[in-house]
Ligand binder design. Structure first.
Ligand code: SF4
Length: 229
């Protein structure tokens, strides 16, 4: 085995062992509980730069108009007012219109979307105004049902602190995760949920390492203990 292969083997083991520990600690849960794929698409945009509570309020406020035909027909200002709770509502209203227009190419039929190739869909989503890698991957996994690993700030923070050589670029980090974790939509959805849960419960900017299930192996926890000594 070459030095590079040894290095990447240990990085893969690190990734798998972090998920293994998190799975044992949190058990299985259904991360994205809303079932309607279009609502999930809107939710993935509404949650940008805010928390889920504010995004969900916006979805609730849309009520019966939370469907692609109503959103397409709605006046832009009216849409912005309805989603006010999610913040950046004027920009987000434009994004919701744009993603709805993309959906119209498939006659608002999610089964038609699901027939398409993942890479093609990802390319299309990234061309929609206001959709970047994280939002595109969340839509692919949770709304469309294609295995695309969602990278976010929690993933970056947790893996960096655990000693992974985290690539700076979104695409490289996603490719690394997808090369280590077998392509599986349900698993990808669950693993992203595990990282968010862990980031919210323990791995804050100021981490709670003492009670964290990863503290036996985490580099950051070791550094903190040494600093205290
Ligand atoms: S031990 Fe501390 S730094 Fe490491 S993952 Fe847990 S909370 Fe984060």
């Amino acid at each position: 085995m070459t030095e590079i292969e040894r290095h990447s083997a240990s990085q893969s083991e690190l990734i798998l062992s972090v998920f293994d520990t998190l799975e044992q600690h949190y058990g299985y849960f259904d991360w994205w509980q809303r079932n309607d794929p279009y609502e999930i698409v809107l939710g993935a945009i509404l949650v940008q730069n805010t928390n889920w509570k504010n995004a969900e309020k916006a979805l609730i406020n849309l009520g019966e108009q939370c469907n692609p035909r109503s959103v397409a027909a709605m006046d832009l200002d009216e849409l912005a007012q309805k989603i006010r709770s999610s913040g950046y509502y004027n920009q987000k209203a434009i994004k919701l219109k744009a993603v709805t227009e993309w959906f119209s190419k498939y006659r608002y039929d999610i089964s038609e979307v699901r027939e398409q190739d993942k890479d093609q869909l990802r390319k299309e989503l990234l061309e929609v105004k206001g959709i970047g890698g994280e939002t595109a991957d969340a839509i692919l996994v949770y709304a469309i049902g294609k295995p695309s690993f969602v990278i976010d700030a929690y993933a970056r923070r947790i893996f960096t602190r655990n000693g992974l050589d985290v690539p700076k670029s979104y695409e490289k980090f996603r490719a690394l995760m997808e090369s280590v974790i077998p392509l599986d939509t349900k698993r990808y959805g669950y693993y992203h949920g595990l990282l968010v849960e862990h980031g919210q419960q323990f791995c804050h900017p100021k981490p709670k390492c003492q009670d964290c299930p990863l503290n036996d192996s985490c580099l950051e926890a070791k550094t903190q203990t040494q600093t205290k000594i």
